[in-house]
Design a protein around this ligand. Sequence first.
Ligand SMILES: [Fe+2]
Ligand SMILES: [Fe+2]
Length: 277
Amino acid sequence: MRLLFVGDVVGRTGRRVLLETLPRLRKRYALDFVIVNGENAAGGFGITEAILGEFLEAGADCVTLGNHAFDQKDALVFIDRQPRLVRPLNLPKGTPGRGAGLYKAANGADVLVINALGRVFMNEMDCPFRAIDAEVTACKLKQGADAIFIDFHAEATSEKQSAGHFLDGRVSAVIGTHTHAPTSDHRVMRGGTAYMSDAGMTGDYDSVLGMDITEPVHRFLTRIPNERFTPADGAATLAGAAIDIDDKTGLATAIMPVRLGGVLAPTEPLAWIEREI
Ligand SMILES: [Fe+2]
Ligand SMILES: [Fe+2]
């Protein structure tokens, strides 16, 4: 089966590139399942029910979140009637919504999607390793699910890599989100799990993490907040990862980074580097 993951969609420009591109990608590449991280979709902070509806309509099968899950307070209410919205698994007991969901893919496969928060340089949470372990033990690959996808939302690369190794061979993919800058360490690990430290964000890369550069630069220079962060509104790049999964084993056979449009579109290779290679 063929799965597409789209990294954190930031603001209007990120939403626009997703809504314009996804229906075409879905058709052209015969995608079986699409996961979109939507934690920054509403003005950079959280998601609204209307935006969630647009993402699902455009071809997302489910939408994951992160530390910004409930920045739009309405989400605390509507998440309970939106089974395709997945918030972090390791939030305190009693948090509305779900941290894992089992969904039907276009090819008939059952896909388990889990969203978890890291704890290094982030707020205190329950242990994401134990929380994910409990879920994938209760719903094992090829027993409870045909494919298992983990969106590991964390700041530290070491924590994401450790999650990858911890789950290698037991899940189809562990893909990092939250740092908003795509990494080039995508690969299929020894046990057959596709891994990438960060999928990158879907938004304007001529920015600081998708936000207009003025306020973040001001805050680093002065340590004084001046105004709210606002999403940068230039041309956006759709960033993420495409993964091929073996129908028999549920493990990955290939992973490829996806970067479409905006300033991250592939550039011409340098002639002098090409000669070296
Ligand atoms: Fe994010
Ligand atoms: Fe985040």
